[in-house]
Design a protein around this ligand. Structure first.
Ligand SMILES: Nc1ncnc2c1ncn2[C@@H]1O[C@H](COP(=O)(O)OP(=O)(O)O)[C@@H](O)[C@H]1O
Ligand SMILES: O=C(O)C1=C[C@@H](OP(=O)(O)O)[C@@H](O)[C@H](O)C1
Length: 294
């Protein structure tokens, strides 16, 4: 029984660490997952190109997905329902722990690949599948709030606004921007983020949520970036450089990447500045589609 699926990374409009409300949008780079189920009783994960990386998240995703849908009447019969096991391997274009939602992309791709291995591709609802990945992320300890904002943007595509305290989807909308991503060489694991510092900027996060719920996503994003860069100790210089030329620019997640959105000409101007910085710049775009079976 094997399955194959992919899901995209995302950028941030509103970081949920201050209030539990968050917002993110899918970007056009992705992670894919290959799952094989057997009756070995053990699930073993592997991350392509990162032999020492933590595979707990994707292993939890496989077991939670089988637990949820393994005995669905439409599911293929498991080799040994009392000893569910198998392998899961991811390959990713999304850099790990850079604020570009590698954990959501890996979780969503793995849940969908497991659904595919169960013979349920196209039958399971994407939002339900996304919630299983969020549950696995909480169990694996890779998230503060569960990050349903990031997970829903990755799984459904487009832009979402969510309440992560209830895993509730408040808004899902399609956006159509070019995007520019700057990823400095350092990494920042969300689980290590200073959530108490983020709570200090809650009044600004509430303003960002209001702007986002009014559809002013670009401005929302820019205010978010200023507030959370200050709270988490990142420079606001890249955002200030981008502001005259972009519809929105923000620290993505808990950093360190910065994402600007807008039109091609404006982002070319931003790229000229950001290319002088250490690390990588990537030209990409928002993506209307989310997780997909391969
Ligand atoms: N390709 C992948 N395959 C499996 N797990 C992954 C992958 N990428 C990231 N992860 C998991 O997600 C964690 C990083 O999550 P996090 O710190 O939230 O970063 P990000 O902002 O990129 O989501 C990693 O420690 C690992 O557990
Ligand atoms: O762990 C979490 O609950 C979150 C982590 C952050 O994202 P990153 O994982 O990209 O840092 C943040 O943007 C999101 O709203 C919630």
């Amino acid at each position: 029984m094997d399955g194959h699926a992919a899901a995209p990374g995302a950028g941030t409009v509103l970081n949920a660490l201050a209030t539990g409300r968050g917002s993110a949008f899918a970007l056009d780079f992705e992670t894919d997952a290959h799952v094989e189920l057997d009756g070995s009783g053990e699930i073993v994960g592997e991350i392509g190109g990162q032999p020492d990386a933590d595979t707990e998240l994707i292993e939890h995703c496989v077991s939670r997905t089988v637990e949820r849908w393994g005995d669905d009447p439409a599911a293929a019969e498991l080799p040994d329902p009392d000893a569910v096991g198998g392998t899961v391997r991811t390959e990713s274009e999304v850099p790990t722990a850079a604020g570009l939602k590698s954990s959501s992309a890996a979780a969503n791709a793995t849940v969908l690949a497991t659904v595919d291995a169960l013979g349920l591709a196209g039958i399971v609802d994407h939002e339900d599948a996304c919630r299983v990945g969020v549950q696995a992320a909480r169990e694996a300890g890779v998230t503060v709030t569960g990050a349903f904002d990031d997970a829903s943007a990755s799984m459904l595509g487009g832009l979402t606004v969510t309440d992560n305290t209830e895993d509730e989807l408040l808004v899902r909308e399609e956006v159509d921007w070019d995007a520019l991503v700057w990823t400095p060489p350092e990494r920042a694991y969300s689980a290590d983020a200073d959530a108490e510092r983020c709570e200090l900027v809650a009044p600004m996060a509430r303003l960002v949520a209001e702007l986002a719920l009014d559809g002013a996503y670009g401005r929302a994003m820019t205010v978010n970036g200023l507030a959370f860069s200050a709270a988490l100790g990142f420079s606001t210089d890249p955002a200030v450089e981008a502001m005259p030329h972009a519809a929105g620019v923000s620290l993505s997640g808990t950093g360190p990447s910065v994402v600007a959105v807008g039109d091609r000409d404006g982002l070319e101007r931003v790229e000229e500045r950001w290319a002088e910085r250490p690390g990588e710049t990537l030209r990409t775009a928002t993506r209307p589609t989310g997780g997909r079976y391969l």
